[in-house]
Design a protein around this ligand. Sequence first.
Ligand code: PEP
Ligand code: MN
Length: 337
Amino acid sequence: MIVQLEQHITDEQLTSLRNKLTELGLKITEVKTQKARYFVALGRQEFDIRLVGKQPGVRDVHRVTDAYKLVSRKWKVHPTVIDLGDDVRVEEGGCALMLGPCSLENEVQVRHTAEFLASKGVKIMRGGAFKPRSSPYSFRGLGIEGLKMFSSVVRPLGIKVISEVLEISQIREMYDYVDIYQVGTRNTQNFNLLHELGRVDKPVLIKRGMSGTLEELLQSAEYVFANGNEKIILCERGIRTYEKAYRNTLDLNAVPVLKEKSHLPVVVDPSHGIGIRRHVTPLALAAVMAGADGILAEIHEAPECALSDADQTLNFDEATSLIEGCVRTLQLRQELL
Ligand code: PEP
Ligand code: MN
């Protein structure tokens, strides 16, 4: 059960409500986010929820039977809008494009990509400074200095920054230089990291674990919300299956189903989802048709020279097709569905 509290609930009201819920055999977790205050109350006993609803200081009460609570659509039917400022939003009904290299490599690369994106009206650029690589001998990113360079080049062009955070100590270090923290597939169940991201007031994009179920992804999002941060974006990026013909199996079923289960926006990463450059754009368009609220994809001026994920990275012409295709597909979806 989720009990939404009045913003100005008094300490006495809070104590008496806590006592009432405890009497009903419920275990309570108090949650305070940027937007509101809640009690998440868990328990098995049947009781009339109107008993709780009429307590002073209570705004609303909802029974949520899912394992995840605060990220469920069962209590919040209105979709969450991620507002990045300057008229840039990730939201239902839109298609937020987050394009850029897998790894930040140097200032020229970042500048050329950012100028290309600005010329196409793309408002969010991706780029990893801290790279989780399967081999310790692969390029592992430019680190914090690269991220500082990234934000100093792209922000003056009106472009927002998304970049991956690998560990708790980087949250503070990155704070001034990112607009969205990306949690990668290898960290989807790093609950300590997720918990700490609950303490920041910037959006967090959580990728689906490569062997993770949708419920596990939603539980990961719940960690962030439950520690105070409601600004969460879910990302389908492909899962590992028995199929070896492509890097991952992009599970587009996840899009409508996640959107039904949760009020959070859902974006799709077709680059990691298939890992094959020529198939990235068609899958991006399929994702938009399936209801994705945005696309996260890898682009590079000269993909064959990219220091990571070259095989799945689009050049600027291919990226132009993706951008234009997403706009047209979104219009078509609105007409057809
Ligand atoms: C990335 O976006 O470059 C990345 C490492 O993604 P994932 O966590 O999906 O593998
Ligand atoms: Mn990558």
